[in-house]
Design a protein. Structure first.
Length: 145
């Protein structure tokens, strides 16, 4: 009877190891299949060996990265902003929000960041810094009594 318990225990251990190995194998297969089918591997390969700045330029796309870098260099520390020109549901918007931290994205901000937006104006704001005709920063006008 003692040997039956030992054999049953060994069978259970082997079965669990087999199931675990099969689950890992299937997971790795689907992970690699996703990378290959969606062609992520060539995209990731471009990032290998690049500096952080170059990687950001590739991932954020050159124009957006240049504009965000311009904003980061020109905005006063911890200032508030609103970003116009990017849809809030896009990855680019999330990247911009992350990149511009610790500046705060809010309603009624000190600055409005205009990305790929021509001829935009808003009451009580005037042009403050400019990259080109499509990309610029508006600053809130301060009213003095």
């Amino acid at each position: 009877m003692g040997t039956d318990k030992i054999q049953n225990k060994r069978i259970k251990e082997l079965l669990l190891k087999g199931i675990f190995t099969m689950c890992i194998t299937i997971s790795v297969f689907f992970f690699l299949k996703t990378l290959i089918v969606r062609q992520y591997i060539p995209q990731y390969y471009k990032l290998i060996g690049k500096s952080l700045e170059k990687r950001r330029e590739i991932v954020y796309k050159k124009n957006l990265y240049y504009f965000l870098n311009f904003c980061l260099k020109n905005l006063p520390p911890f200032s508030t902003y609103r970003l116009v020109g990017l849809d809030k549901e896009t990855t680019d918007y999330a990247r911009a929000y992350y990149y511009l931290y610790p500046h705060i994205n809010t309603i009624g901000p000190e600055f409005i960041l205009m990305y790929k937006t021509k001829n935009y104006s808003e009451d009580n704001y005037s042009l403050w810094r400019k990259v080109d005709e499509d990309n610029f920063i508006l600053k809130k006008n301060v009213l003095h009594n």
